[in-house]
Design a protein around this ligand. Structure first.
Ligand code: ADA
Length: 589
């Protein structure tokens, strides 16, 4: 399933997770493949990544997935796919239905009404790096690009009319008022009933006249007595919408996020974000993580005392966002990107692919109350005047699609960034004590960043230290406490948290790089700086086994959370929590 709950009680939806017929075709062009003649000689799991399995480890090429599905003759069907990496072409009984560029997002491909009662769905999936065909996944990025149908698949039988999309936003927190915008499809239009219910209780009933070809409608309603959503009380309400014979269930968190001066306010309370950067990655699952692992990652983040996670560096799995909604974990969701250049920002193909990624990210993630920030273009050339038009275009699209959330981008050009005026929140990536300077100089290096944040162009905005950290090869303990040792990483992160949250107060948030280790690119110039061909800056290894730094960060984050910082999550100390075993955390200072 694409979400953690059933989105439809009436619309027929077939969950296509499970084993699909599979064939790895290798270095062939998709145009040269006759999908009706592919010899499917294997089976592979969806969700998942074929190149995370031993048999296809490290393979790059074209792969074919096949699944025979029942159809309702005469009805329109939609194949919903989540996270296909990272280019695909979709067929039904050999007829081309469509193709898609970019992994990490949810998209649909329609099967037009016809007489057939069943069909062979074939998805050609390609994990080769090809800028001309897919400019979003590039080899130099500092993470490994797996291939597959990574996050799930469903087959929807659409009634007429059908619900195309649903957007929910809090419009008046005090009045507990939400705005519901529904886009619908309809072949011929005509009369249809509309009903909205909250927690099963009808709150709106109307008889509508729908436009032929489809349209949209917006309604506002109050959830009387609703408890606002927050990290301490992540209260969700089921909103059921039915239109004609179709329906859709969404979960609503009534909450408001906005910038006020140097604060990021959640329901009027200033936030202090205690967080991590997290990649979707695991050695055995690639970027196609089972729900149980997503749930475990959220539990670990809570155990660490975190209330915030940056989904670096791409749109997040809807199942993870559902888990964050339930846990009260705050999320920075960003479009895919990594150190893009002026050439990329000047290339219409790149900008168009970015616009698609942004649109699909927001369509899929905008209803999640846990998502409090939109980001894009991680560490790209925001110090180059030639990139301004690109930044304006992409940030403008984010604001057009969702004016309710603040926008930011992680800059590694804090000295000479030219785009800070376009962001609501200033986010800085910097690695003193790792890439530059020694650990002893870290506080003074951060003070230079803070001085920059006092300059008039940014002094009135919230600031997040969106990346900082050090590598530690798992298990490497070193009496010399040198770089790559667990001791060095623990000492550096202690210095970071102390300087950011005890010695100074300019940053309202910190996202440590990173939650856990993850495989990176196999490019020689990358690997030579990445022991094991992994990014080793996790406070845990790739199997989520804690390093020395884990308990250091956990103690300090929990202490900060316990100091009652606004809206910080209450770390779960349920049975079996590490507190029960490790004793209460020592003092921060
Ligand atoms: C950058 C980048 C991260 C990662 C990190 C590192 O800040 O945004 O994705 O590559 O550096 O580990 O060096």
């Amino acid at each position: 399933m694409i979400r953690r709950f059933l989105e439809h009680a009436r619309r027929p939806v077939l969950d296509l997770d499970g084993l699909w017929d599979f064939a790895f075709l290798g270095d062939v062009a998709a145009d040269a493949v006759d999908v009706g003649r592919v010899r499917f000689d294997d089976r592979i799991a969806v969700p998942g990544c074929f190149d995370a399995s031993p048999r296809y480890a490290g393979c790059r090429g074209l792969a074919a997935y096949r699944r025979r599905v029942p159809l309702a003759p005469g009805r329109r069907h939609r194949l919903a796919l989540s996270g296909v990496h990272h280019w695909c072409r979709v067929f039904a009984d050999g007829s081309l239905l469509g193709e898609h560029v970019g992994g990490y997002t949810v998209f649909g491909v329609d099967i037009p009404p016809g007489p057939a009662a069943a069909a062979d769905l074939v998805v050609l999936v390609d994990n080769r790096i090809d800028y001309n065909r897919c400019p979003l996944h590039l080899e130099y990025f500092d993470w490994y690009h797996y291939g597959g149908i990574a996050r799930g698949a469903e087959l929807h039988t659409l009634p007429d009319p059908w619900i195309e999309s649903l957007r929910v936003a809090t419009t008046d927190l005090a009045a507990r008022e939400i705005e519901v915008t529904l886009r619908y499809g309809s072949e011929a239009g005509g009369a249809a009933s509309l009903e909205l219910a909250i927690q099963g209780r009808p709150v709106l009933r109307e008889r509508l006249k729908l436009e032929a070809g489809g349209g949209s409608l917006t309604r506002r309603l109050r959830i009387e007595g609703a408890e606002p959503w927050s990290p301490r009380s992540p209260r969700l309400y089921a909103l059921s919408v039915s239109l004609g014979d179709d329906d859709l269930v969404e979960r609503v968190g009534v909450r408001e996020v906005r910038v006020e001066g140097r604060d990021l306010l959640l329901n009027g309370e200033p936030l202090r974000l205690l967080g991590f950067n997290r990649h979707d990655a695991h050695p055995q699952f690639g970027c196609g993580l089972p729900e149980a692992l997503l749930a475990a990652d959220v539990q670990i983040l809570q155990d660490l005392g975190a209330n915030f996670v940056r989904g670096s560096h791409y749109p997040q799995d809807p199942r993870l966002l559902d888990l964050c909604d339930e846990a009260g974990l705050l999320v920075w969701s960003e479009a895919i990107g990594w150190q893009h250049t002026t050439a990329h920002l000047a290339d219409p193909r790149f900008v168009d692919a970015q616009l698609l990624d942004i649109r699909e990210m927001i369509d899929s993630a905008a209803n999640h109350p846990s998502v409090i920030l939109w980001g894009l273009l991680n560490e790209s050339a925001s110090h180059e005047p030639a990139c301004r038009a690109g930044y304006q275009r992409l940030i403008g699209e984010i604001r057009r699609l969702d004016p309710t959330r603040p926008v930011t981008f992680a800059s590694n050009h804090w000295r000479d960034d030219l785009m800070f005026d376009l962001a609501d929140v200033i986010s800085i990536n910097t690695y003193p004590g790792w890439y530059v300077g020694e650990l002893e100089a870290l506080p003074s290096e951060l003070d230079r960043v803070i001085e920059r944040l006092e300059r008039p162009d940014v002094s009135g905005k919230p600031a997040i230290l969106s990346e900082i950290g050090a590598g530690a090869v798992p298990g490497w303990r070193d009496q010399n406490r040198t770089r790559w040792s667990e001791e060095y990483q623990a000492a550096l992160l202690e210095a970071v948290i102390r300087h950011v949250f005890v010695d100074t107060e300019r940053f309202m948030g910190l996202a440590i790089w990173q939650f856990c280790d993850g495989r990176t690119s196999q490019l020689a110039e990358r690997v030579l700086r990445r022991p094991r061909a992994f990014n080793n800056k996790g406070v845990a290894d790739e199997y989520r086994r804690p390093k020395l730094a884990y308990d250091v960060v956990r103690r300090m984050y929990r202490e900060l959370a316990a100091q009652g910082c606004a809206a910080a999550s209450a770390p779960r100390t349920g049975p079996g929590s590490r507190d029960a075993r490790a004793g209460s955390p020592g003092g921060l200072v």
